[in-house]
Ligand binder design. Structure first.
Ligand code: GLU
Length: 298
């Protein structure tokens, strides 16, 4: 089966650190509609690797909110925290294939270099000391039991990561502007950027439809896909849900009205609320305001 014949697989991947936000609900709606239109699969993945901030109440609240809106998922909830060994295996695979390396630089060394860059008014980026270690030097450090982080090798030279975002269009990020970023911390924990990409690869997600705040991670994630030899998904970053002054909506500034449960408690009809959310940032040429489910899917 070629990539173009692959079944459409999308996912909604909330971090369960609070209630279901209306911006999150809007992202979930577009994923759900896209899956329905293409007879694809909609996965609910709870990105709970931040153990301190993730709560059971939040997970329950997010699922209740999605159910209330009528956004049923075909697979899940999957919990990212259960896949940590898989994320670490991907990092080992990247080291073995020469796409990543162990970095033994201590926090103190890095902090000193960062401070020196700050004093010289330069932007700090990792100087790739450990990328240049010989196999013998690596072995010597391993034998001493030195802790290490794992960094991805960003290609050197003039190249760039290029991709076409389905919403934002053609995007380019020069390799020279990307650091050899950390994918596993020296305490052995994978970084979120790795976990997120590895889960999407293993779930065979074909279309990553997420908030615009994910766009900054995308070039790095594309490098991870390429290094792991995985086919690239389509990326579609949705504009954020803003207030009339174009500020990001947040509970701190706007209160309960940013939460889906607020509308539920006020007696809004769920489909009317979905209908309202899809029309934020989108309209038909004849400015229609009311749609049936089938029409929205189409
Ligand atoms: N867990 C991320 C969030 O809640 C989602 C990132 C993604 O969809 O790739 O913002």
């Amino acid at each position: 089966m070629s990539d173009t014949d692959r079944q459409v697989v999308v996912r909604f991947a909330p971090s369960p650190t609070g209630y279901l936000h209306i911006g999150g609900a809007r992202t979930a709606i577009f994923n759900w509609l896209y899956a329905k239109k293409h007879k694809g699969k909609f996965i609910l993945r709870i990105e709970d690797t931040d153990a301190e901030r993730s709560t059971r109440d939040s997970i329950q609240g997010i699922m209740d909110g999605l159910e209330w809106l009528g956004l049923s998922w075909d697979e899940g909830p999957d919990f990212q925290s259960e896949n940590i060994q898989t994320h670490l295996r991907a990092a080992e695979q990247l080291i073995a294939s020469g796409h990543a390396y162990k970095c033994f630089c201590s926090k103190e060394e890095i902090d000193a270099k960062r401070e020196a860059a700050r004093k010289a008014r330069q932007t700090y980026s990792y100087d790739r000391t450990c990328r240049r270690l010989t196999p013998e030097e690596v072995k010597e450090r391993e034998d001493r039991g030195l802790p290490f982080a794992v960094r991805l090798k960003v290609p050197e030279g003039d190249g760039a990561v290029r991709f076409d975002d389905a919403v934002y269009g053609s995007i380019e990020k020069k390799h020279a502007d990307l650091d050899d970023f950390i994918i596993v911390r020296s305490n052995g924990r994978p970084l979120y950027i790795l976990s997120n990409a590895v889960d999407d690869i293993n779930d065979r997600v074909t279309h990553i439809i997420r908030g615009q705040d994910g766009l900054a991670n995308t070039p790095k994630q594309i490098l991870l896909y390429q290094a792991l030899g995985a086919p690239l998904p389509v990326f579609a970053h949705m504009s954020l849900t803003l207030d009339p002054k174009k500020a990001k909506i947040s509970k701190r500034r706007h209160g309960e009205m940013v939460a889906v449960h607020f509308y539920r408690e006020k007696g809004f009809l769920p489909w009317a609320f979905v209908n309202f959310l899809v029309l934020l940032g989108w309209a038909t040429t004849d400015s229609r305001e009311i749609f049936t489910k089938e029409e929205l899917i189409k």
